[in-house]
Design a protein around this ligand. Sequence first.
Ligand code: ASP
Ligand code: MG
Length: 277
Amino acid sequence: MSKSASICLGQKPLVVVLSAAAGVTNLLIEISTKAIDSHRSLISDLVAQIKSKHDPIIRNLTLGQSDEALLESLYRDLEEKLMLINSEKILSQESLDYVLSFGEKISSILFCVLLKQLRIDKKIQLLSSEEIIKTDSNFGAATPNTEDIKRIANELIHYDEKTLYVMQGFIGSDHLMRTTTLGRGGSDFTAALMAEALNASILEIWTDVPGVFTSDPNKDACAQKLPLLSYSQAIKMAKNGAKVLHPETMTPALRLSIPIYVGSTFQPEVLGTWIRN
Ligand code: ASP
Ligand code: MG
């Protein structure tokens, strides 16, 4: 997370969209399944697993009282939801989306604390993606309503150069304010939707590999980096299983010809991939 923060200081974005911390979404899926038939007294242990997953990040942060209170209330809400799953003995996709939203809710709060600690010369404003990213009610793979998103984003975000906005990737809400998700890896898609809503000049995606490769560079030593792709090439690659980008990411960017840059958080100096016309 500190690497992402230093990229943020260098790139000076208007809006930063956060994914959950590594492994957290998978762990949330695991604990929501366990909650169905765990003994009630063990539900708090499931929440503790999520807390400890964030310990390495929190160790480097000084949390204020209000940050602590915010996190505690999130953990209470998570526990309450797991208790409910436990009493109903069923995990609906709607409940799962709500549980998964905690990954991004927690990471975005911690990222704000980190940015404030770095004394960045901007006001840090945390936004709620449940308020901005309006979707249909197709839980697990919701379709965003780009008109609503554009309207709300422009109401809440001001281009004053003095404010840095932080929000959660992957999550949104339907017309009843029920939490939805955009599908696994959906944070890229959120960022693209925001880039379109705000008519951004660039969409940057900072991930764990330095760009788009012919195959997964973490698994295949022969994988070749592709320095430049057209939108249609990138869409084809994402659909064919190149995990680096959510397949829907290119669509909003393509509509306004917003260039996309994909770079590595771990090696930001290594040239990544450009996706543009
Ligand atoms: N946290 C979500 C996932 O793991 C979304 C994302 O990382 O883009 O799928
Ligand atoms: Mg991702």
